[in-house]
Design a protein around this ligand. Structure first.
Ligand code: GH3
Ligand code: MG
Ligand code: MG
Length: 315
């Protein structure tokens, strides 16, 4: 739960009447909140530029820019709540202030207890909103992440592949795809147990990630199958990445039993996107290339490019 202590909360008071400004400053200071004060919207913007302000309490009538214009600018530029104060009820409507993005509205003569209550409510809602956004981001992460390997899941693979294919077509940039499958993994599970198998999957997930550039993304496609999307990578370059992954996995040493050191190998299929082809054809070609590696004895990389014969690189 997000908790912002009073001392972390910073308030900015904007009013050209120094008596009102000072009284608010003193009152919310006694309630434990830190505050800045200023007499104009222009100065307020300067303070906002150089300080983190959580709530602005502003008079509507100000010399120069008025409080509603200030509210508008604040809401466009900062993650700050605004409470507006007006001297004349009916001068500006509640709707006008709220439409500019104000979180609340109080009228003069100010009742300080009321202002404090409103400010506390604004702060509470602010924390709830932030907490919700965090939870939502966590849920969104969970929905696209595989729990065991921490790689993206297959649902997200298709979503991302869709947008990478779009991008590749739009800019006419190369795009490559790898399919990877652990060799004889059933045997590993049968010999050392499922839990040891899970450890292998998690370590392989990490190893794959370490081999990639920032723009590349790796996915757990199925049980012991992985995919890697490689934007800006042509058929001439895809083999280098595939080989780097293959070597990295071969160099990982697993000890499913004490005193035992076991290596794992993978079979890889690689291909490049062929302009205007359907995504399903692109994916099937990478899968087919991977099966070719299996047929040819495993622990190797095979490529199939559109309208070309397949190639294979042995271990
Ligand atoms: P191949 O070289 O032909 O790929 O042989 P394989 O044994 O790897 O392939 P197969 O498709 O026969 O078996 C895949 C195995 O992967 C079966 C299952 O035990 C294992 N596996 C799939 N998902 C998981 C998982 O989440 N955890 C563990 N530990 N094993 C898994
Ligand atoms: Mg498999
Ligand atoms: Mg396998």
């Amino acid at each position: 739960m997000i908790k912002q202590s009073k001392i972390d909360t910073c308030v900015l008071i904007v009013d050209d009447d120094s008596n009102i400004r000072d009284s608010i400053h003193e009152f919310i200071g006694m309630a434990g909140y830190k505050s800045f004060e200023t007499s104009s919207a222009e100065e307020a913007l300067e303070i906002l530029r150089t300080n983190t302000i959580h709530v602005v309490i502003t008079d509507i009538r100000l010399p120069g820019m008025n409080g509603l214009e200030l509210t508008d600018l604040i809401k466009n530029r900062y993650d700050t709540d605004v409470i507006v104060i007006t001297g004349y009820i009916g001068d500006y409507s509640y709707e006008e202030a709220i439409n500019k993005g104000a979180s609340d509205f109080v009228s003069k003569p100010i009742r300080f207890e009321e202002l404090l209550l409103r400010m506390r409510r604004v702060l509470r809602e602010r924390n709830i909103t932030k907490e919700r956004a965090l939870i939502l981001a966590r849920l969104q992460d969970l929905a696209i992440t595989d729990g065991l390997t921490k790689l993206y899941n297959s649902r997200y693979f298709y979503k991302q592949l869709d947008s990478e294919v779009d991008r590749s077509k739009r800019y006419n940039h190369p795009l490559s795809l790898l399919f990877l499958d652990i060799d004889h993994f059933k045997h590993y599970n049968d010999t050392y147990g499922h839990l040891e198998g899970d450890k292998v999957l998690a370590r392989i997930g990490k190893a794959i990630k370490l081999c990639l550039r920032k723009m590349d993304t790796a996915y757990r496609y199925g049980g012991e199958e992985f995919t890697v999307i490689l934007p800006e990578t042509s058929r001439g370059e895809v083999m280098t990445v595939a080989k780097r992954i293959k070597d990295a996995i071969e160099n990982e040493k697993f000890s499913p039993q004490s005193g035992k050191s076991v290596s794992i190998t993978i079979s890889i299929g690689a291909t490049e996107y062929c302009r205007d082809e359907r995504i399903s054809g692109f994916v099937q070609r990478a899968d087919k290339a991977m099966y070719l590696s299996k047929q040819r004895g495993r622990n190797q990389i095979s490529t199939i490019f559109s309208n070309e014969h397949s190639e294979s690189t042995d271990s």
